[in-house]
Design a protein around this ligand. Structure first.
Ligand code: CA
Length: 228
């Protein structure tokens, strides 16, 4: 899952990033309204966390522009304590939820999860492929009903493949979705993680595996499908 955080205050941005990353999000941080708008236009996000007080304008204008352009990502607004009136404007303009700063970590986490849960089919809580079940909210993976532990990068990588089970997914797409947009594309980090996930799937008796398409990328396939 991928999140965009539009926040100019460095300490607040750092805290929110840590919370989102620990919940399995790849996080892009934008520090101005303009930068936030650009990121949200170029990339697809599962959630956008938007501060209203930004150096080059009000986050409200970002929200309005995105909704006008038909962007449907769930948007969580962060407001200062004295901006109650703006909160109503933001909800009217298409924000999905809001939190008043300073944010409480547990509440922030719970509200982001709730947004994703409400976000429609693509964001449904459970993804099931054969005997492999991934719970996107609790970040748990079960194979044949037994929990299998995956690392903070293995889990979103497998999640992305499960969500796009009939598509070949390129390395660069995985780098972008699971790591962040500035990651070195020459890295072998995708292959290393894919190898580890393959081993965990087969050790636990999964009836799916990660297949490779030479020069193209990866695709989920039945465990007994011929090797490509
Ligand atoms: Ca601010």
């Amino acid at each position: 899952m991928r999140a965009l955080l539009v926040e100019d205050d460095p300490s607040s941005a750092l805290l929110s990033t840590k919370v989102l990353e620990s919940d399995g999000f790849a996080v892009d941080v934008a520090t101005t309204a303009q930068e936030g708008l650009t990121c949200a236009r170029v990339n697809e996000y599962d959630v956008i966390v938007l501060d209203l007080g930004l150096p080059d304008g009000n986050g409200l204008s970002v929200l309005q522009a995105l909704r006008r352009e038909g962007k449907k990502a769930p948007i969580m607004i962060l407001t200062g304590a004295l901006e109650k009136a703006t909160t109503v404007l933001a909800l009217d303009a298409g924000a999905d939820d809001y939190l008043t700063k300073p944010i409480l970590i547990d509440e922030f986490r719970a509200r982001v999860r709730a947004l994703i849960r409400r976000g429609g089919a693509q964001r449904s809580e459970q993804v099931v492929c054969g005997n492999v079940v991934l719970n996107r909210l609790t970040r748990q993976l079960f194979i044949q009903g037994v929990e299998v532990s995956l690392t903070a990068k293995e889990l979103p990588l497998l999640e992305h493949l499960m969500l796009h089970r009939d598509e070949v997914i390129t390395r660069s797409e995985l780098l972008e979705r699971v790591w962040d947009m500035h990651f070195d594309p020459g890295s072998n980090v995708v292959d290393v993680n894919v190898a580890r996930i393959r081993r965990k799937l087969s050790d636990a008796g999964a009836d799916i595996r990660i297949g490779a398409r030479r020069g193209m990328g990866f695709i989920l396939c039945p465990a007994d499908a011929p090797l490509a």
